[in-house]
Design a protein around this ligand. Structure first.
Ligand code: FPP
Length: 227
Protein backbone atom coordinates (compact mmCIF):
# COMPACT_ATOMS: atom_id res chain seq x y z
CA UNK A 1 0.00 0.00 0.00
CA UNK A 2 2.66 2.48 -1.14
CA UNK A 3 2.35 6.18 -1.82
CA UNK A 4 0.52 7.55 1.21
CA UNK A 5 3.26 10.00 2.10
CA UNK A 6 3.59 11.41 -1.44
CA UNK A 7 -0.19 11.64 -1.78
CA UNK A 8 -0.33 13.80 1.34
CA UNK A 9 2.74 15.91 0.53
CA UNK A 10 1.28 16.79 -2.88
CA UNK A 11 -1.75 18.17 -1.05
CA UNK A 12 0.41 20.06 1.46
CA UNK A 13 -0.85 17.73 4.19
CA UNK A 14 1.26 15.91 6.78
CA UNK A 15 2.31 12.38 5.74
CA UNK A 16 0.14 10.96 8.49
CA UNK A 17 -2.96 12.32 6.70
CA UNK A 18 -1.94 10.16 3.75
CA UNK A 19 -2.05 7.08 5.99
CA UNK A 20 -5.56 8.01 7.15
CA UNK A 21 -6.78 8.23 3.56
CA UNK A 22 -4.82 5.02 2.94
CA UNK A 23 -6.93 3.30 5.58
CA UNK A 24 -10.07 4.38 3.67
CA UNK A 25 -8.58 2.95 0.48
CA UNK A 26 -8.05 -0.35 2.29
CA UNK A 27 -11.71 -0.44 3.34
CA UNK A 28 -12.69 0.12 -0.32
CA UNK A 29 -10.31 -2.61 -1.45
CA UNK A 30 -11.72 -5.10 1.03
CA UNK A 31 -15.27 -4.41 -0.21
CA UNK A 32 -14.07 -4.71 -3.81
CA UNK A 33 -12.32 -8.02 -3.14
CA UNK A 34 -15.46 -9.44 -1.52
CA UNK A 35 -17.49 -8.31 -4.56
CA UNK A 36 -14.99 -9.84 -7.01
CA UNK A 37 -14.89 -13.13 -5.13
CA UNK A 38 -11.25 -12.80 -4.07
CA UNK A 39 -10.79 -15.33 -1.28
CA UNK A 40 -7.46 -14.19 0.20
CA UNK A 41 -6.03 -10.70 0.50
CA UNK A 42 -2.72 -9.89 2.18
CA UNK A 43 -1.76 -6.25 2.75
CA UNK A 44 1.58 -4.81 3.82
CA UNK A 45 0.64 -2.36 6.59
CA UNK A 46 3.97 -1.99 8.40
CA UNK A 47 7.30 -3.55 7.52
CA UNK A 48 10.06 -4.50 9.93
CA UNK A 49 12.02 -1.63 8.33
CA UNK A 50 9.27 0.97 8.93
CA UNK A 51 10.49 1.50 12.55
CA UNK A 52 13.22 3.64 10.96
CA UNK A 53 10.65 6.33 10.13
CA UNK A 54 10.35 9.44 12.32
CA UNK A 55 8.88 8.57 15.74
CA UNK A 56 5.77 10.72 15.20
CA UNK A 57 4.94 8.91 11.95
CA UNK A 58 5.42 5.48 13.56
CA UNK A 59 3.26 6.60 16.49
CA UNK A 60 0.52 7.88 14.17
CA UNK A 61 0.54 4.60 12.23
CA UNK A 62 0.27 2.53 15.42
CA UNK A 63 -2.61 4.76 16.56
CA UNK A 64 -4.32 4.25 13.20
CA UNK A 65 -3.97 0.45 13.47
CA UNK A 66 -5.32 0.57 17.02
CA UNK A 67 -8.34 2.66 15.96
CA UNK A 68 -9.01 0.38 12.99
CA UNK A 69 -8.94 -2.64 15.30
CA UNK A 70 -11.33 -0.97 17.72
CA UNK A 71 -13.74 0.40 15.10
CA UNK A 72 -13.70 -1.95 12.13
CA UNK A 73 -13.60 -5.50 13.49
CA UNK A 74 -17.38 -5.87 13.85
CA UNK A 75 -18.09 -4.36 10.42
CA UNK A 76 -15.45 -6.58 8.80
CA UNK A 77 -16.95 -9.70 10.37
CA UNK A 78 -20.39 -8.63 9.08
CA UNK A 79 -18.92 -8.47 5.56
CA UNK A 80 -17.58 -12.00 5.97
CA UNK A 81 -13.97 -10.92 6.46
CA UNK A 82 -11.80 -13.19 8.58
CA UNK A 83 -8.85 -11.22 9.99
CA UNK A 84 -5.38 -12.60 10.48
CA UNK A 85 -2.09 -10.88 11.29
CA UNK A 86 1.39 -11.88 10.24
CA UNK A 87 4.66 -10.50 11.53
CA UNK A 88 6.63 -10.26 14.75
CA UNK A 89 4.20 -9.12 17.43
CA UNK A 90 6.72 -9.07 20.27
CA UNK A 91 7.66 -5.34 20.08
CA UNK A 92 4.03 -4.21 19.73
CA UNK A 93 2.13 -2.57 22.56
CA UNK A 94 0.26 -5.05 24.77
CA UNK A 95 -3.13 -3.44 24.07
CA UNK A 96 -2.51 -3.77 20.36
CA UNK A 97 -1.51 -7.44 20.68
CA UNK A 98 -4.67 -8.16 22.68
CA UNK A 99 -6.90 -6.43 20.14
CA UNK A 100 -5.19 -8.33 17.32
CA UNK A 101 -5.86 -11.66 19.00
CA UNK A 102 -9.45 -10.68 19.76
CA UNK A 103 -10.01 -9.59 16.15
CA UNK A 104 -8.61 -12.90 14.90
CA UNK A 105 -10.94 -14.81 17.17
CA UNK A 106 -14.08 -12.81 16.28
CA UNK A 107 -16.74 -15.18 14.96
CA UNK A 108 -17.56 -14.75 11.26
CA UNK A 109 -20.82 -16.43 10.27
CA UNK A 110 -20.39 -16.35 6.52
CA UNK A 111 -16.65 -16.26 5.72
CA UNK A 112 -15.98 -14.76 2.29
CA UNK A 113 -12.54 -13.18 2.46
CA UNK A 114 -9.50 -13.92 4.58
CA UNK A 115 -7.67 -10.63 5.17
CA UNK A 116 -4.06 -11.02 6.26
CA UNK A 117 -2.51 -7.84 7.62
CA UNK A 118 1.29 -7.84 7.63
CA UNK A 119 2.34 -5.79 10.66
CA UNK A 120 5.98 -5.60 11.65
CA UNK A 121 6.51 -8.17 8.92
CA UNK A 122 9.52 -8.86 6.74
CA UNK A 123 9.95 -11.63 4.20
CA UNK A 124 13.44 -12.44 5.51
CA UNK A 125 12.13 -12.51 9.08
CA UNK A 126 9.48 -14.97 7.91
CA UNK A 127 12.09 -17.33 6.40
CA UNK A 128 14.26 -17.03 9.54
CA UNK A 129 11.38 -17.75 11.92
CA UNK A 130 10.38 -20.77 9.82
CA UNK A 131 13.99 -22.05 9.90
CA UNK A 132 14.09 -21.64 13.69
CA UNK A 133 10.82 -23.57 14.04
CA UNK A 134 12.07 -26.38 11.79
CA UNK A 135 15.28 -26.58 13.80
CA UNK A 136 13.46 -26.54 17.16
CA UNK A 137 11.19 -29.34 15.97
CA UNK A 138 14.29 -31.36 15.08
CA UNK A 139 13.15 -31.69 11.47
CA UNK A 140 15.25 -31.86 8.34
CA UNK A 141 15.85 -28.35 6.89
CA UNK A 142 14.02 -29.22 3.67
CA UNK A 143 12.03 -26.95 1.36
CA UNK A 144 8.85 -28.78 2.33
CA UNK A 145 9.42 -28.40 6.08
CA UNK A 146 10.30 -24.72 5.70
CA UNK A 147 7.15 -24.13 3.63
CA UNK A 148 5.06 -25.71 6.38
CA UNK A 149 6.42 -23.23 8.94
CA UNK A 150 6.19 -20.03 6.92
CA UNK A 151 3.50 -17.49 7.78
CA UNK A 152 0.43 -18.19 5.64
CA UNK A 153 1.39 -21.87 5.27
CA UNK A 154 -2.31 -22.65 5.78
CA UNK A 155 -3.49 -20.84 2.64
CA UNK A 156 -2.52 -21.00 -1.06
CA UNK A 157 0.32 -18.82 -2.35
CA UNK A 158 -0.81 -15.49 -3.87
CA UNK A 159 -1.84 -15.40 -7.53
CA UNK A 160 -1.31 -11.66 -7.90
CA UNK A 161 0.83 -9.02 -6.21
CA UNK A 162 -0.27 -5.41 -6.63
CA UNK A 163 2.26 -2.71 -5.77
CA UNK A 164 1.06 0.87 -5.89
CA UNK A 165 3.15 4.06 -5.84
CA UNK A 166 5.33 3.52 -8.91
CA UNK A 167 8.23 1.53 -7.47
CA UNK A 168 9.06 -1.81 -9.10
CA UNK A 169 10.31 -3.89 -6.22
CA UNK A 170 9.17 -6.41 -3.61
CA UNK A 171 10.62 -4.54 -0.57
CA UNK A 172 10.92 -7.61 1.66
CA UNK A 173 7.26 -8.58 1.39
CA UNK A 174 6.28 -12.26 1.03
CA UNK A 175 9.62 -13.34 -0.44
CA UNK A 176 9.02 -17.07 -0.15
CA UNK A 177 5.33 -17.05 -1.05
CA UNK A 178 5.71 -14.85 -4.16
CA UNK A 179 7.89 -17.33 -6.08
CA UNK A 180 5.29 -17.82 -8.84
CA UNK A 181 3.02 -14.85 -8.19
CA UNK A 182 2.13 -12.52 -11.07
CA UNK A 183 3.44 -9.01 -10.39
CA UNK A 184 1.42 -5.89 -11.16
CA UNK A 185 2.88 -2.41 -10.70
CA UNK A 186 0.92 0.80 -10.89
CA UNK A 187 1.96 4.43 -10.38
CA UNK A 188 -1.37 5.10 -8.64
CA UNK A 189 -0.67 6.29 -5.10
CA UNK A 190 -2.32 4.06 -2.51
CA UNK A 191 -5.01 6.51 -1.26
CA UNK A 192 -6.20 6.87 -4.89
CA UNK A 193 -6.45 3.10 -5.43
CA UNK A 194 -10.19 2.64 -6.02
CA UNK A 195 -12.68 0.12 -7.42
CA UNK A 196 -11.55 0.83 -10.99
CA UNK A 197 -7.88 0.36 -10.03
CA UNK A 198 -8.73 -3.06 -8.60
CA UNK A 199 -10.79 -3.99 -11.67
CA UNK A 200 -7.87 -2.91 -13.92
CA UNK A 201 -5.40 -5.05 -11.95
CA UNK A 202 -7.69 -8.08 -12.07
CA UNK A 203 -8.31 -7.60 -15.80
CA UNK A 204 -4.56 -7.43 -16.41
CA UNK A 205 -4.08 -10.61 -14.38
CA UNK A 206 -6.78 -12.37 -16.39
CA UNK A 207 -4.54 -12.08 -19.48
CA UNK A 208 -1.46 -13.59 -17.87
CA UNK A 209 -0.43 -17.08 -18.92
CA UNK A 210 0.86 -18.96 -15.90
CA UNK A 211 3.23 -21.81 -16.49
CA UNK A 212 4.82 -22.35 -13.07
CA UNK A 213 8.01 -23.38 -14.85
CA UNK A 214 6.11 -25.95 -16.87
CA UNK A 215 3.26 -25.93 -19.36
CA UNK A 216 0.00 -24.00 -18.86
CA UNK A 217 -2.17 -25.78 -16.28
CA UNK A 218 -5.26 -27.34 -17.82
CA UNK A 219 -7.39 -27.33 -14.70
CA UNK A 220 -9.66 -24.38 -13.86
CA UNK A 221 -8.20 -23.41 -10.50
CA UNK A 222 -10.68 -20.73 -9.44
CA UNK A 223 -10.53 -18.59 -6.28
CA UNK A 224 -8.19 -15.67 -6.85
CA UNK A 225 -5.66 -14.73 -4.18
CA UNK A 226 -4.20 -11.24 -4.07
CA UNK A 227 -1.25 -9.82 -2.11
C1 FPP B 1 3.54 3.13 2.62
O1 FPP B 1 3.40 4.42 2.03
C2 FPP B 1 2.46 2.91 3.57
C3 FPP B 1 2.63 2.57 4.88
C4 FPP B 1 3.94 2.37 5.51
C5 FPP B 1 1.46 2.44 5.78
C6 FPP B 1 0.31 1.64 5.25
C7 FPP B 1 -0.81 1.79 6.19
C8 FPP B 1 -2.07 2.10 5.84
C9 FPP B 1 -2.53 2.22 4.45
C10 FPP B 1 -3.03 2.34 6.95
C11 FPP B 1 -4.16 1.39 6.96
C12 FPP B 1 -3.81 0.05 7.42
C13 FPP B 1 -4.54 -0.64 8.34
C14 FPP B 1 -4.19 -2.05 8.59
C15 FPP B 1 -5.64 -0.02 9.11
P1 FPP B 1 4.53 5.50 2.24
O2 FPP B 1 4.26 6.25 3.48
O3 FPP B 1 5.87 4.81 2.20
O4 FPP B 1 4.35 6.41 1.00
P2 FPP B 1 5.50 7.21 0.22
O5 FPP B 1 6.30 6.20 -0.53
O6 FPP B 1 4.73 8.13 -0.67
O7 FPP B 1 6.30 7.96 1.25
Amino acid sequence: MDGNGRWATRRLLPRTAGHKFGADALKRLVRGCVQHGVQYLTVFAFSSENWQRPADEVGALMELFLQALQRETVELAAQGVVLHFIGDRSPLHEQMRELMTRAEQAPVDNPRLRLNVALNYGGRWDVAQAARAVQLAGLEMSEQNLARHMCLADIPEPDLLIRTGGDHRISNFLLWQLAYTELYFTSTLWPDFDEKSLADALADFAHRERRFGGVPPGSDDSGLRVA
